[in-house]
Ligand binder design. Sequence first.
Ligand code: ARG
Length: 355
Amino acid sequence: MSCPAAVLTADMRAFLCRFHEERGEPGLPARLRAAEEAGRWWPTTAELTWGAKVAWRNSTRCVGRLYWEALNVRDLRELNTAQAVYEALLQHLEDAFCGGHIRPVISVFGPGVRLHNPQLIRYADDPINADFVAKLRRFGWQPQGERFEVLPLLIEVGGRAELFPLPPQAVQEVAITHPDCPAVGELGLRWHALPVISDMHLDVGGLHLPCAFNGWYVQTEIAARDLADVGRYDQLPAVARALGLDTSRERTLWRDRALVELNVAVLHSFDAAGVKLADHHTVTAHHVRFEEREARAGREVRGKWSWLVPPLSPATTPLWSRRYRAREESPRFVRARCPFHTPTVHASTGHAPTG
Ligand code: ARG
């Protein structure tokens, strides 16, 4: 049968071919014809679901990919008001938190939606959010000036952006305490339970769809970067003082010792609160298992080494001696192209080595 003028690009065809081949689904020629005849590329929910899972599997910066098949995919492409998107995101937060068990969830929206927040839950006093906070102020938001103040959502649909506060019950947080040093707990540190990336698009066959997705934290993300980086909460000097370490000379390794104890504290606090989070030894061992499974399936695992090795004791993990090809395959997550976004937000995902 002859086709009308080709609508599908090579990317779209490749996506459909992979979907059918990997799942052993019959009907590829008919699906290609139907897509051509529809005159536009619009994946089915089954295709989108597969695409989102494989985008996770293909994420070269993610060390937690072992569970890629368990991703909960919500096809929300039909939502067409900011209010509806907001309500869907509140539901996402609730389902993902799941009383502390934390489920990996992705909400996928239509192309007319834009989520301006780099992550759904972020704090106003975290220097990484300075540009976004400035943008929120231009939209009329006023910070109260509290420590760990949660930012509102800025949701745009059809070219109109609106602010929505996150109610306290939508934001689960863990207060950080240390198992044997109460002074660390007295620093008043806390962190949110869910990392929900909202500034990347899901690329399915070249169609870029706005989305929000989460897994659970690895403690190093919080304890060795978010709370520790000099350009973030910069808490190592305070933790060292709380531990009574000698900070007068570098050679006491007070930074390193404070860093380890802050990691101990974050693991202890999440465990005590019943909130799931991984540790860097277990998650890297899981990545090795993921690599073995992928090898059995005949697929190559790509990776950005500097993102996969943890920022704490990297050489003690099995990933240290491994090498990966870095180029990411499709379907995949891509940085949202957005005229307002500033380059600084890149460090909000994973643990960018340059932070
Ligand atoms: N590193 C980011 C943060 O500290 C979160 C990136 C996603 N992490 C994850 N475990 N899914 O907020």
